[in-house]
Design a protein around this ligand. Structure first.
Ligand code: DCP
Ligand code: MG
Length: 368
C-alpha cells in the first residue's frame, strides 16, 4: 500500500503518567461511552471494573486522531476485551446497547441524582435507591435524616450541579487571595484541580495554600474560615484538621488515598449582579459554589501541588507507577523510597517526576 494508506504505528506507554493527555482530544464519542460504564461500575462499588474502563478511555484521549476502525487499536495498551467490544459496536453502529441501556436505567439515573447531592457517597445513595428513593426531592418528601453537609447539598442542589465557569473560579480566586493575604501576607495560594489543568468548567474550585516559613501555615485554616464567615461569604463549611503526623499508616500512604492536610470543604455564596431585563435595573443575586481549601506545610508543597492537580486517574497512575515500577510510595505529602529506606525531598513537581524516573508532564497534559 501507499504510505498514506498505512495506519501509523502509535507507540503508547501503558501508564497514564507516562503520556501527555490534552484536555481536548479526538475521541469523546468513545470516551464518554466508556466513562458511563466506569461510573456505573463505581455505583456498584466495583472498583476494578471502573478503573479498567477509565484506563481504556484515557488511552483514547491520548491518541492524536479519531479512531475509525478497531484495527487501529490492536497495539495499544490497557484496552480490555469488554472495552474493545463496546468501542467496536460504537464504530459500527454509532451506539453501544450496553451504554445506552445503562444511561437509561432507573438505577443509574437515581444513583447519579443522589450521588450528585453534596455529602452523599455511593453507599448512602445505594441504600436510598434500595428503599425506593430516586431524587433529592424524594429525600425531603420522605423526611430522610440528613447530616449538615447533605442538608446543604439538598438546599443548593441546583447551583451545585451547575458547572462552575473559569470566570467564576477567577472571582473566587480573588476572594480567597484577599482573605489569606489579610491574615498572612507572605502566604502562597495556588489554584489546583481541574482549573489548573486548563478546564473551562469544573464541579468545584480547589486551592492549595502554604507559607515559605515552615510552621507559619499552622492554625491558618480556622482564621481563613472566620474571615470568610465574617464577610458573609460562606453558606457551609467543614474543616478537618491536619492529621498527617499522627497517622500510623506508614510512610507515604494514608488509607484510601485521602490525604491528611488541614482541609476545608465549603460552599461559597458568590454575589452576581445581574441586569434585570424587566426593571432595567441591577438586581442583586447570588449563587452557591463548592470550594475546597487545603493548607500544606512548605516542605510538602510540591507533593501537595502534584497530588491536588489531578486528574484523578493521572494521580492513581502516578502512585501505581511509583509502587509497581520504582518500589516507591507516593502521596500528597511525600515520596518514600522503600529500597533505600528514605524519603526523597522535592521543592517542585519537576523534581518529583525526576525522582520517579518520569518525563515531566505539565498540568495541561495531565487530563488522563
Ligand atoms: N484528588 C485525588 N483523589 C481524590 C480526590 C481528589 O487524586 N479522591 C485530587 C485529584 C483531583 C483534585 O484532587 O484532580 C481535585 O479533585 P476534584 O474532585 O475537585 O477534581 P477536579 O478538580 O479534577 O475536577 P472537577 O472539575 O470535577 O472539580
Ligand atoms: Mg475540582
Amino acid at each position: 500500500p501507499k504510505p498514506s494508506e498505512v495506519t501509523p504505528v502509535i507507540r503508547m506507554k501503558s501508564y497514564a503518567c507516562q503520556r501527555r493527555t490534552p484536555l481536548k482530544h479526538h475521541n469523546s464519542f468513545l470516551t464518554e461511552a466508556l466513562e458511563i460504564l466506569a461510573e456505573n461500575a463505581e455505583f456498584s462499588e466495583n472498583e476494578g471494573r471502573s478503573v479498567a474502563f477509565r484506563r481504556s478511555a484515557s488511552v483514547l484521549k491520548a491518541l492524536p486522531h479519531a479512531v475509525r476502525t478497531i484495527d487501529e487499536l490492536k497495539d495499544l495498551p490497557c484496552l480490555g476485551e469488554h472495552s474493545l467490544s463496546v468501542i467496536k459496536e460504537i464504530l459500527e453502529d454509532g451506539t453501544s446497547r450496553e451504554v445506552e441501556s445503562t444511561r437509561q436505567s432507573e438505577q443509574f439515573q437515581a444513583m447519579k441524582a443522589l450521588t450528585g447531592v453534596f455529602g452523599v457517597g455511593v453507599k448512602t445513595a445505594d441504600r436510598w435507591v434500595r428503599e425506593g428513593l430516586r431524587s433529592p426531592l424524594d429525600l425531603v418528601d420522605t423526611g430522610q435524616k440528613l447530616n449538615h453537609a447533605q442538608q446543604a447539598g439538598v438546599q443548593y442542589y441546583k447551583d451545585l450541579n451547575t458547572p462552575v465557569t473559569r470566570k467564576e473560579a477567577m472571582v473566587i480566586s480573588v476572594i480567597v487571595e484577599k482573605a489569606v493575604k489579610a491574615l498572612l501576607p507572605e502566604a502562597i495560594i495556588t489554584l489546583t484541580g481541574g482549573f489548573r489543568r486548563g478546564k473551562e468548567v469544573g464541579h468545584d474550585v480547589d486551592f492549595l495554600i502554604t507559607h515559605p516559613e515552615e510552621g507559619a501555615e499552622e492554625k491558618l485554616m480556622p482564621k481563613i474560615v472566620n474571615w470568610l464567615e465574617d464577610q458573609g461569604l460562606l453558606l457551609y463549611q467543614k474543616t478537618t484538621r491536619n492529621s498527617y503526623l499522627e497517622s500510623k499508616d506508614g510512610p507515604a500512604r494514608p488509607p484510601s488515598n485521602m490525604d491528611r492536610f488541614e482541609r476545608c470543604f465549603s460552599i461559597f455564596k458568590l454575589e452576581q449582579s445581574k441586569i434585570d431585563s424587566n426593571a432595567h435595573a441591577e438586581a442583586s443575586s447570588w449563587r452557591a459554589i463548592r470550594v475546597d481549601l487545603v493548607v500544606s506545610p512548605y516542605s510538602q508543597f510540591a507533593f501537595a501541588t502534584l497530588g491536588w492537580t489531578g486528574s484523578k486517574l493521572f494521580e492513581r497512575e502516578l502512585r501505581r507507577w511509583a509502587g509497581q515500577e520504582k518500589g516507591m510510595s507516593l502521596s500528597s505529602h511525600a515520596l518514600y523510597d522503600s529500597k533505600k529506606k528514605c524519603y526523597l525531598q522535592a521543592s517542585s513537581e519537576e523534581e518529583i517526576f525526576t525522582h520517579l524516573g518520569l518525563e515531566y508532564i505539565p498540568p495541561s497534559e495531565r487530563n488522563a
